[in-house]
Design a protein around this ligand. Structure first.
Ligand code: CP
Length: 316
């Protein structure tokens, strides 16, 4: 974690057990509870303002770009009646040389109820939460975890398929750089899905089956999508690739999802993508805009799930 601005002493006596830092450590029963509350909040009309978190303040601290996660956390908090403070790294004193630790201590001294944080360094929220008494929600840390994304993906799949158990789920793309893949592997494994991972050999570790028992592995996209119930595409994480791990021009040819691939999947197969989508790189426009695409349902469910998570962290 050197070079990340960890100079300084964290003063609080954490860790706070109410933080949501990843899916890995959350029992299936708690995930089921969160999904149930997500379903509950989805049924609440969007214009109805609740008082569930009235008087609470939530800091959204984003050190990486975000459209969906940042906006939906903000909308979720406001729908629950909380006050929100949005902070992006470029607008903070980090750009004037303040360390991450000093920034977090400064924010903690203002006594918010939750800090939602996205950071490019894997483990950054885990490290900080060991010392902060304020609960933290991981909004994506490097290539490690993106827990609320996996929860909203599960809610989206469940709405269509009813159960995760035994579903054949193909996770396709830049697996090794993807926090979305990692959180989904944890969640889907806990619920007994039949998972197959697929991507260029340079982005999918051959050790994956031993790291995630029960997960199949193929480098052949046609094999991955055959008889799939769910096809989960991943964004190519160019920002996390220090070297070119595959030629950009060839990616779509081998790992881009097309209508031909959809014909190999189950007739009622659905397509997920966490966004932002890169048309013509990971997915064709014909698939992204088709009836089988759940991409905008995922975005809608992101608000409901983040309402459930904020409630879970604040009130449990
Ligand atoms: N899925 C996701 O994390 O999107 P954003 O980067 O726009 O938040």
């Amino acid at each position: 974690m050197g070079g990340l601005g960890l100079e300084g002493r964290l003063h609080s006596e954490g860790p706070n057990p109410r933080s949501l830092l990843g899916i890995e450590g959350v029992p299936r029963s708690e995930i089921e509870r969160l999904l149930e509350r997500g379903r509950h909040y989805k049924a609440v009309p969007p214009n109805k303002k609740l008082a569930t978190l009235a008087g609470r303040s939530i800091v959204n601290l984003f050190f990486e770009p975000s459209t969906r996660t940042r906006t939906s956390f903000e909308i979720a908090a406001k729908r629950l009646g909380a006050d929100t403070i949005g902070i992006q790294a470029l607008g903070t004193s980090l750009s004037k040389g303040e360390s991450l630790v000093d920034t977090l201590n400064t924010l903690a001294a203002m006594n918010p109820d939750i800090i939602v944080m996205r950071h490019a360094a894997s483990g950054a929220p885990h490290f900080l939460s060991r010392f902060l008494s304020i609960p933290m929600i991981n909004a994506g840390d490097g290539r490690h975890e993106h827990p609320t994304q996996a929860l909203l993906d599960a809610l989206t799949i469940l709405e269509v398929k009813g159960s995760l158990e035994g579903l054949r789920v193909a996770i396709i793309g830049d697996i090794s750089h993807s926090r979305v893949a990692r959180s989904n592997l944890h969640l889907l494994s806990k619920f007994g899905a039949d998972i197959i991972a697929c991507g260029p050999a340079t982005t999918v570790s051959r050790n994956l089956p031993s790291l995630a028992p029960g997960v199949g592995l193929t480098f052949d996209m046609r094999e991955a999508v055959r008889d799939a119930d769910v096809i989960m595409m991943l964004r190519v994480q160019l920002e996390r690739q220090n070297v070119e791990v595959f030629p950009k021009s060839e990616y779509f040819r081998y790992y881009g999802l097309t209508l031909e691939h959809m014909a190999l999947a189950k007739p009622d197969a659905i397509v997920l993508h966490p966004g932002p989508i890169n048309r013509g790189r990971e997915i064709s426009s014909e698939v992204a805009d088709s009836q089988r695409s759940m991409i905008l349902s995922q975005v809608e469910n992101g608000v409901a799930i983040r309402m459930a998570v904020l409630e879970w962290v604040c009130l449990q």
